[in-house]
Design a protein around this ligand. Structure first.
Ligand SMILES: Cc1cc2nc3c(=O)[nH]c(=O)nc-3n(C[C@H](O)[C@H](O)[C@H](O)COP(=O)(O)O)c2cc1C
Length: 158
């Protein structure tokens, strides 16, 4: 069985809403493709996730708020813990990023992308950025991302 891993952190609600939407979109796409038994959708907070989760994932979606012009501290902690154990072992696997921010978001995006570049993952789409509020359009983008990742690994095309 393949795995789509969604790892996120929040001390509020918005990044969690986005993570839920990614998972929802993935589950719906798998139902439609009758591939629910081919891909497991795993949603974890940064604090609960570690190298084994990442090594076992066929696709990865990361979510963080922007805090002080950077990714959240918990996302940084997660990436620090998984980077070296995963470096050179997950190259080419698909990934994407979603960010909730008050008015900017660029620092969170740049900081995550800079680190993930070293893991040589394949970015499947531009980061999804929710500014101030998580609109229905943003949730739809998150659902679409989940569908793309889940259906893509189920079909072996990502
Ligand atoms: C400690 C702290 C620092 C923040 N720093 C930034 C920032 O640098 N840039 C920004 O656009 N928003 C910043 N924000 C706003 C959050 O990114 C925004 O409220 C986001 O939607 C929170 O998502 P959440 O509900 O998942 O926690 C900050 C919020 C907090 C609590």
């Amino acid at each position: 069985m393949k795995t789509l891993l969604i790892v996120y952190h929040t001390r509020g609600v918005k990044t969690a809403q986005m993570a839920d939407a990614v998972a929802r979109g993935a589950q719906q796409a798998l139902r439609e493709a009758e591939a629910e038994h081919e891909v497991r959708v795993s949603v974890k907070r940064c604090a609960e996730a570690g190298p084994d989760d990442v090594l076992g994932a066929d696709a990865l979606a990361l979510g963080t708020p922007e805090n002080f012009g950077y990714m959240s501290g918990m996302m940084k902690d997660f990436l620090e813990r998984v980077f070296h154990p995963c470096e050179g072992r997950i190259a080419g696997r698909p990934w994407a990023l979603f960010v909730a921010a008050g008015q900017d978001g660029s620092g969170a995006i740049a900081s995550v992308e800079r680190i993930v570049t070293g893991l040589r993952l394949k970015k499947v789409r531009a980061p999804i950025l929710a500014l101030r509020e998580v609109t229905p359009a943003i949730l739809a983008q998150c659902e679409e991302l989940g569908a793309t990742l889940a259906a893509g690994i189920a079909a072996g095309v990502l």
